[in-house]
Design a protein around this ligand. Sequence first.
Ligand SMILES: Cc1cc2nc3c(=O)[nH]c(=O)nc-3n(C[C@H](O)[C@H](O)[C@H](O)COP(=O)(O)O)c2cc1C
Length: 405
Amino acid sequence: MFLSGKRILLIIGGGIAAYKSLDLIRRLRERGASVRAVMTSAAQEFITPLSVGALTADHVFTDLFDRQDEQDVGHIRLSREADLIVVAPATADLMAKLANGHANDLASAVLLATDKKVLMAPAMNPRMWANPATRRNRATLEKDGIHFIGPMKGEMAESNEAGEGRMAEPLQIVGAIEELLDARPKPLSGRKIIVTSGPTHEPIDPVRYIANRSSGKQGHSLAAALARLGADVRLVSGPVTIADPAGVKTVHVESAREMRDAVEQLLPADAAVFVAAVADWRTDNAAGEKIKKVAGEGPPALQMVENPDILAGVGHHAKRPYLVVGFAAETQDVLKNAQAKLARKGADFIVANDVSHEGGVMGGDRNRVKIVSKSGVDEWPDLPKEEVAERLAQLIADRLRTVTV
Ligand SMILES: Cc1cc2nc3c(=O)[nH]c(=O)nc-3n(C[C@H](O)[C@H](O)[C@H](O)COP(=O)(O)O)c2cc1C
């Protein structure tokens, strides 16, 4: 596990998004990190030290002037005995305090005294975020070397509010943490890599569509793994329910034709990896209005036509990337089908996975793949999708190493 043994000091500020930091603690600990928490007094109006301590399995620090805490650990040690300090949610108030060097409570004193990297995940009302004072504070903090993730656009926890100000999702924060703590070399820096992920939706009418069970987990984790190796990753994602990976530029599309257009617009690139489960067919006669069920008339006849083959299109494109990788989800003759696909689609290698009932990878968390190339077949064991992504990213880096930028 990448975060194994890493020590995170989590400062929880007083915003509604504090409830998400409980999940953040879980996500960090399940990746092997230890988490120590500092809560501001405002944070304790939203969630309790009891819940935070239960999740960190550690004492929760809340008071600068707690004599016992100061004797046992002390705010200076607290700020130094961490590999990274994460402020989530970072309130407008905490940002203002650090930007101006205040240290009148434990959170701000720790932030001022640290010699470690600091990552802030701001969360606030869109108007607070847009306020010139907050903008100035953010610019100052960035100049001082503070790292930021978010805020994101979307609906706020408060009713009837939307805009920029939503805290990044816990897994996006985890991605940013991994990136900041990753001291490994970046063999893919300077490389642009396109990744497609998720299913496509092919409309039947404005409310119905043809889809498949792809979750996007494999493609999204590959995009994140390539970004961790330094690549400029452009993710073209079909409709999924998982968060955009941190450090990756994501384009959202619905149908196979939209995915093809988005991919073509992103060319040229050094590599393209087609993980998305693109629908082979779409309806030729998608209705402009919802098709009505009329008694006695039976179901409508759906006329199907073939969708563009995005992998083959790029595999034979004038601006073909140096490396083209396809995924083949099969339920039978996995290897034979992957070998045929390799030749037909102009790919350098195909990642074949068994999505039969027994293989069961679509939507799941694990994957068993075979890497099929002209030079043979490499069978990988059953692995978590993140691990498949790490290995695949490394394989891509190895292949691209010989190509000059
Ligand atoms: C219901 C409620 C929700 C709030 N949500 C936020 C928020 O999301 N972001 C923010 O910056 N401040 C928010 N505030 C204001 C902060 O709680 C307030 O500025 C507090 O002093 C911040 O303290 P801290 O930065 O020490 O945690 C909220 C206040 C209330 C009453």
